[in-house]
Design a protein around this ligand. Structure first.
Ligand code: GLU
Length: 403
């Protein structure tokens, strides 16, 4: 048979965060003691008040189609949250409820990209961004940042990277994988470039509630009329409310873009799960106490994991300010050897850690930073302790073998 397949689909790599997590889960199921620093997934159960609403929805027969772009009541809850938390004014005609953050991003790029349009993505980046842009026919333009810059793109770099093909810029704060947060001043400076160059900014604010310490979350779209018009704000319930499996994401955008996203979604998936939408209404409008407790617990875990990495040989990290990832520079370890062989790259390092030490970590080649690994600390403090003991042991063995 000589039938060809889609070049666009063939150009997409499978998600390595999900693959690593699946591998760790498989080993655990076989009884292997594995600490999973893989996918960013809170270990908490979804809060009971949210679960109860979903159960009630099922019992009441709320199991049919809803409007394709989501329930008006949920859109209203999203608008209220945008107004009070993000200082963003959207009405329900500017909201689309989708099947998780990835789906929201897919809708966004399907709505704004024409073949060959460029999208600026600062590295390190969440590995799905370039793939989602490519799937929509766009061209990801990766712009490197550095540890010295706190892994944040400067307005100068953003301006230099724009040309007449540039359609959009992806901004992720707090950031996956670095945990860094853009300040109001930094965002104001980026906003000036975005307005001047007349491009869209896709603001992925999935980790907006997960901030530890003094930093504030600022939504770039709230910084004035001109930037608001060019901003597409995207968030979801997965991380803050421990609702990864429910698949609810949402966007706020101009009416024009929202209309396009809604019609695309109406053909591709119809509505997001009706029961999950009822649960989402409760998440956004019900008690926020459990969510706040989870954030407090993440702060404790952040402090702990950061205190541990500071004492590691051959590795270092910046203190994460938000999200639940520690982004670890292991370039020094890559010069050393393990069992007589040089640890060539972070994929090899991650394989050794999983197979010989029972720790799953994410090598960050697919995040645009090959000499780094990402550890998700959305697991219990005990598990973090056990995992960090194991990584430390491995790193100490490297120094013994390699020096
Ligand atoms: N967003 C999470 C992560 O970066 C979940 C896995 C994924 O979707 O990539 O780990």
């Amino acid at each position: 048979m000589s039938l060809s397949l889609s070049k666009r689909a063939q150009g997409v790599k499978p998600s390595s965060t999900l693959a690593i997590t699946a591998k760790a889960k498989e080993l655990k199921a076989k009884g292997v003691d594995v600490v999973g620093f893989g996918a960013g997934e809170p270990d908490f159960n979804t809060p009971d008040n949210i679960n109860d609403c979903a159960i009630q929805a099922i019992r009441e027969g709320f199991t049919k189609y809803t409007p394709a772009s989501g329930l008006v009541e949920l859109k209203q809850a999203v608008c209220d949250k945008f107004r009070t938390f993000n200082h963003l004014e959207y009405d329900t005609s500017q909201i689309v409820i989708s099947n998780g953050g990835k789906h929201s991003l897919t809708n966004i790029f399907t709505a704004i990209i024409n073949e060959g349009d460029e999208v600026i993505i600062p590295a390190p980046f969440w590995l799905s961004y370039p793939e989602i842009v490519r799937l929509a026919g766009g061209v990801p333009v990766i712009v490197n940042t550095s540890e010295e810059e706190g892994f944040k793109i400067t307005p100068e770099k953003l301006a230099e990277s724009c040309n007449d093909k540039t359609k959009a810029f992806i901004l992720n704060t707090p950031s996956n994988p670095t945990g860094m947060i853009y300040t109001r001043e930094e965002l104001e400076a980026l906003a000036r470039v975005i307005v001047e160059k007349d491009i869209y900014v896709v603001a992925d604010e999935m980790y907006e509630y997960l901030i530890y310490g003094e930093d504030e979350h600022v939504s770039i779209g709230s910084l004035g009329r001109e930037i608001y018009e060019r901003t597409i704000t995207c968030s979801g319930l997965s991380k803050s409310y421990a609702m990864t499996g429910w698949r609810i994401g949402y966007t706020g955008a101009s009416k024009e873009i929202t209309k396009l996203m809604s019609s695309v979604q109406s053909h591709q998936t119809s509505n997001p799960n009706s029961i999950a939408q009822k649960a989402a209404i409760e998440a956004l409008t019900g008690s926020q106490e459990t969510m706040k407790k989870m954030v407090e617990e993440f702060a404790v875990r952040r402090d702990y994991i950061y205190s541990r990495v500071k004492n590691f040989p051959h590795a270092h990290a910046l203190e994460p300010k938000g999200a639940f990832y520690l982004f670890v520079n292991v370039s020094e370890a890559l010069q050393l050897s393990y069992k007589g062989k040089t640890v060539e790259n972070t994929s090899t390092l991650a394989d050794i850690l999983l197979e010989d030490y029972g720790v799953a970590v994410v090598p960050c080649t697919d995040f645009g930073f090959p000499d780094y690994i990402r550890l998700s600390y959305a697991i219990s403090k005990e598990q973090i302790g056990k995992g960090m003991d194991r990584i430390e042991k491995f790193l100490k063995e490297l120094s013994g073998n390699g020096e």
